[in-house]
Design a protein around this ligand. Structure first.
Ligand code: UDP
Length: 482
């Protein structure tokens, strides 16, 4: 298979007017931003380049932000670099190391650089043929950092958007910055999700902070009636069977969708209809610590009726995550070793990825079916799953890691686990929240309000607009000369 080109991905145009009822008076700012965007981006294409069409937070974000940009009349386009497994092994190593973890323990030396650069060469050529000087190109994450210098040669405005980071960098993270820094340094701007994530050696005056956001109306987050939630859970193979005709959702383009595919599950029997449920939805990644969630629940959560569901994408489907199968196998092994009465309350689900919107509807139903959502990450860039569950007014128990700290105000908008490795504390927090309905509801309501105020896509796009307004005006005046 020849690899290394670009895969152009479809984007559904979305109407930003949907934000009006949610935002009240703040909506006026959205309208003003849309008018400014129409003016600023006339005759330009805004490209977003990343490394995968599905699986993980970045693909999720792009689908919706580009959709609303198109809704505001901006010619926003999405392309993914085409790559094979050696490239993804290197970039997964980079990803882990940027989180301060050695990952598979392998090197980042000359051979790895060669694999990395060789793969990006063809994508760079294709971009050079397509991108024009008036265009804007966002390169997302380490996978596309190597595209920054060649894309700059087209004369376009180039922004490197980094979605990962670490609160307190260690030597591993610093070495990895050194591996990537010369690629990204010449970009016109760098965008990080948190102030703490900015890199040493990148000029402050080109660094912008923009936290991520969720799309409140997508199949992942749209409202679902209780009977629809039950039907989707049943269709996925996770709940007692019932009429599957109700397992419906609205697709991004407004057309009707239905969940038809089941998840691949490890369970003794489906989750009983009335059972309190604790759920974590994440890629099968060791930094999401699914093993720790399972052990904390099994060993320290004394809620005898409660069930635990660990859900993630079907491992065959997420091409840029070679470690998924290994991590899943480890979780399966741990589950098999549980006492039978606990094992009967632990469910694993690999969600079908054939239709990404169907997958999203299942995630939506799981997060809504859960009484408590957990995100026990050891490291986390932002943690979209946290905002998604908060938007659904679910109380979330999550680790004090990365962007989770911007979402959870401990005891108010969620429950913060101070030490992600404290399994006992985790189990106790689960038990307490499952046993206190009133507190759970209170936290859930505060969580939803927090997300509306801070983490909707409208805020995200307005920040991008401000950044580009400044960059494009600045470049125009510097070209015009003194
Ligand atoms: N996700 C999904 N299907 C799955 C598992 C996860 O759509 O089977 C989504 C999840 O809902 C969230 C994203 O993948 O929108 C994960 O983003 P997050 O920031 O939590 O973590 P990342 O994967 O980017 O590290």
């Amino acid at each position: 298979m020849s690899v290394g080109g670009l895969i152009h991905l479809p984007v559904t145009t979305l109407s930003y007017q949907r934000f009006r009822p949610l935002m009240g008076e703040a909506y006026a700012e959205v309208e003003a931003a849309s008018a400014r965007a129409t003016e600023l981006f006339a005759g330009r294409v805004v490209w977003h380049v990343n490394s995968t069409a599905r699986g993980g937070g970045v693909a999720e974000l792009l689908q919706s932000l580009l959709g609303y940009s198109r809704g505001a009349g901006v010619d926003a386009r999405w392309a993914a670099v085409e790559a094979a497994s050696p490239f993804f092994e290197v970039t997964k190593r980079i990803h882990n190391r940027l989180h301060g973890s050695p990952g598979d323990g392998g090197e980042l030396g000359a051979p790895e650089r060669e694999i990395y650069e060789e793969t990006l060469r063809e994508s760079a050529r294709e971009l050079a043929r397509t991108v024009r000087p008036r265009d804007v190109v966002f390169c997302h994450d380490p996978q596309t950092a190597g595209l920054v210098p060649p894309v700059l040669e087209t004369g376009a405005t180039v922004v490197w958007r980094c979605h990962v980071g670490i609160d307190l960098p260690n030597e591993i993270a610093r070495d990895t910055w050194a591996f990537l820094r010369e690629y990204v340094k010449p970009a016109h701007a760098y965008v990080f999700s948190r102030r703490e994530y900015g890199w040493e050696g990148l000029p402050e005056n080109k660094t912008w902070i923009v936290p991520p956001s969720i799309d409140a109306f997508s199949p992942k987050n749209q409202e679902l009636a209780p009977k629809v939630i039950e039907a989707i859970i049943a269709r996925a193979g996770l709940g007692p069977s019932r009429d599957g005709a109700a397992a419906t959702f609205e697709r991004a383009d407004g057309s009707p969708g239905r969940v038809d595919r089941a998840a691949e599950v490890d369970q003794e029997a489906p989750i009983p209809a009335q059972a309190p449920l604790l759920a974590q939805v994440s890629r099968w990644d060791r930094l999401k610590d699914p093993c720790g969630v399972l052990r904390g629940f099994a060993e320290h959560c004394e809620s005898p009726d409660a069930h635990l569901l660990l859900a993630g994408p079907s491992v065959a489907a997420v091409s840029d995550d070679p470690e998924g199968a290994e991590v899943l196998e480890r979780v399966r092994e741990l589950r098999r070793g549980l006492e039978p009465d606990v094992r009967a309350r632990v469910h694993l689900a690999c969600l079908p990825m054939d239709d990404i919107q169907e997958n999203a509807a299942i995630v939506n139903a799981i997060q809504r079916r859960a009484q408590v959502v957990v995100q026990k990450s050891i490291a986390e860039g932002f943690g979209l799953t946290v905002a998604e569950a908060m938007w659904k007014a679910r109380p979330v128990i999550a680790s004090r890691a990365g962007g989770i700290q911007d979402q959870i105000v401990d005891g108010v908008t969620g429950v913060m686990l101070e030490d992600p490795l404290d399994l006992e504390g985790f189990g106790r927090a689960c038990e307490e929240l499952l046993g206190d309905r009133e507190r759970a509801d209170e936290i859930g309501a505060a969580a939803r309000a927090w997300v509306i105020e801070r983490f909707l896509g409208s805020r995200h796009l307005i920040q991008y607009l401000r950044l580009l307004d400044e960059l494009l005006s600045g470049r125009a005046s510097s070209r015009a000369g003194p």
